[in-house]
Design a protein around this ligand. Structure first.
Ligand SMILES: Nc1ncnc2c1ncn2[C@@H]1O[C@H](COP(=O)(O)OP(=O)(O)OP(=O)(O)O)[C@@H](O)[C@H]1O
Length: 481
């Protein structure tokens, strides 16, 4: 039986105590499934499709004990969103429908910590973000965004769920919560896609918004052109009058003093006007070499969130989406096979699917697993003739330094292992086409930023350490044989 006074703190601002039933003592006691089904039904009408998928589909009802409804959400960011926007709705919806008072409690997946939540202040009803197809076409053709990079076509999984949720929040409330939003991660993992999805969504919500997407190189080129043509005023007006500025791959700001200077002022102007800034990079701000401290600190003001390589399930879902979009008839086991072959880069994953498709056309055969295996085998053969395997590099470096391959791939931090490990990573980066996350995985599941660091460390050291330079040259020679 519920003791009302025990929930008095949590519900201090709600005045319907006398009318409520308790889950134990009331006339009708809905169970967990009924409650959840009802809530999902309600939320389907209260959220956009993407909003529903992001916030509701990703949550799991765990238990209903006494009047406590425990719900698991995937990340801290989801928890914050739920606290701000959803908890009150749950209380209101359940009270209105079942006449019961339920205390929702959130827990973040993987932490096991249950924290009772106070209901947040009621939020304004979100206006619908539906636009007509004509409007949609219009803004897509008028903008400089890739029409395919939307939230609808972005598949979420463990490696990108938090980045996706943050991106969605930014598109709903630009300039408010996460400013700047800094998305970072390895090559081909969807940073550009997610960033542009923010632009699309914002334009869809408010078609008159001024949205600008550029790569960091375009920013530099625009700046240089404006200096050459004496049109700096125009350049500044253009960059400082937008509602959303997205700059892709800001790691290329490294070493560009004039660009950094100009971007510093652009950033400040936009930030002060509460305009949203979204940045992407292959690494964290403080890991970008020769980036001015004042930019590093500004880039960290908002939220930095990483995207890691997708797990198998997500890779299969990405392929399924892609196959459906292209009207390709591919059996599930074939998609699983392809997803099993490419594990660290979504761009390569898509490339593999295209390759299988082309191979099927060439052979006049339907797409099946054996055909996919043939198509991807020849891909691997091509790779092998072009480059080296990471395994061979690890074996050669281990032998050269009289240590084992497992030490190279391990975590021991003693100098006579760390240096060969960094050399092996350096050589893997220099001599193979493997992506940074792929190299990280091959070195015992290390993060791609560790590979970046190793590469930078060795590149730097060989410029002033003649012995090291000779060793690396010798290793390169050994690997050529
Ligand atoms: N989760 C995803 N769902 C659907 N498509 C994805 C996903 N992640 C990546 N892609 C696709 O993979 C390709 C590469 O993504 P994108 O260009 O956004 O990567 P990136 O991280 O910006 O890479 P780079 O570091 O090279 O700039 C794109 O075609 C994109 O649509």
């Amino acid at each position: 039986m519920l003791n009302y006074s025990s929930t008095q703190n949590a519900w201090g601002n709600i005045s319907f105590y006398k009318k409520t039933k308790t889950l134990e003592g009331g006339v009708y006691v809905p169970n967990l499934d009924e409650i959840w089904d009802y809530l999902k039904e309600q939320f389907q009408t209260q959220f956009t499709r993407i909003g529903y998928q992001t916030w509701i589909d990703s949550a799991k009802p765990l238990s209903l004990t006494a009047n406590t409804l425990t719900i698991e959400v995937p990340s801290q960011l989801h928890k914050e969103y739920w606290e701000k926007n959803i908890l009150t709705k749950i209380v209101e919806n359940l009270y209105a429908h079942f006449g019961v008072e339920v205390n929702p409690v959130l827990t973040v997946a993987g932490t096991g910590a249950d924290t009772p939540q106070e209901p947040a202040a009621p939020t304004k009803t979100k206006r619908s973000n539906q636009v007509s197809e004509a409007e949609e076409r219009d803004f897509l053709t008028n903008s400089h965004l890739n029409s395919k990079y939307t939230f609808e076509t972005f598949v979420t999984g463990t490696g990108n769920q938090m980045a996706h949720a943050a991106a969605l929040v930014v598109s709903e409330e630009p300039g408010v919560l996460y400013n700047p939003l800094f998305l970072y991660g390895g090559v081909g993992l969807g940073k550009t896609h997610l960033m542009q999805a923010i632009g699309h969504q914002l334009l869809s919500n408010k078609p008159d918004t001024k949205v600008k997407y550029v790569t960091s190189e375009t920013f530099t080129n625009d700046l240089v052109n404006s200096i050459q043509t004496n049109t700096q005023e125009r350049f500044r007006r253009e960059y400082r009058s937008v509602d959303l500025l997205m700059v892709d791959d800001v790691q290329f700001f490294a070493d560009k003093e004039a660009t950094q200077e100009e971007f510093f002022h652009t950033f400040n102007d936009l930030y002060e006007d509460k305009k949203q800034i979204v940045l992407t990079s292959d690494r964290l701000p403080n890991e970008i070499p020769k980036l001015q401290d004042r930019l590093v600190s500004r880039f960290k003001w908002g939220l930095s969130v990483d995207i890691t390589p997708p797990d198998l399930e997500t890779r299969i879902a990405i392929l399924r989406n892609k196959a459906d979009a292209e009207n390709l008839d591919i059996p599930d086991d074939t998609l699983s096979y392809i997803a099993g072959q490419i594990d660290s880069n979504v761009r390569e994953l898509e490339g593999a699917l295209i390759r299988v498709q082309a191979y099927a056309t060439m052979k006049h055969a339907p797409i099946a697993t054996s055909l996919a295996a043939d198509a991807l085998k020849s891909l691997k053969l091509n790779d092998a003739t072009n480059g080296l395997s990471i395994v061979k590099i690890q074996e050669t470096v281990a032998k050269y330094y009289h240590i084992t391959v497992s030490e190279i791939k391990g975590k021991k931090r003693i100098k006579n292992i760390v240096v060969p490990r960094q050399i092996a990573m350096y050589l893997a980066r220099e001599l193979t086409d493997a992506s940074l996350p792929k190299i990280g995985i091959e070195f015992g599941g290390k993060d791609h930023t560790t590979v970046i660091h190793a590469h930078e460390k060795i590149s730097q050291s060989i410029t002033d350490d003649q012995d090291l330079k000779n060793n690396v040259a010798e290793l390169k020679n050994l690997l050529k044989r």
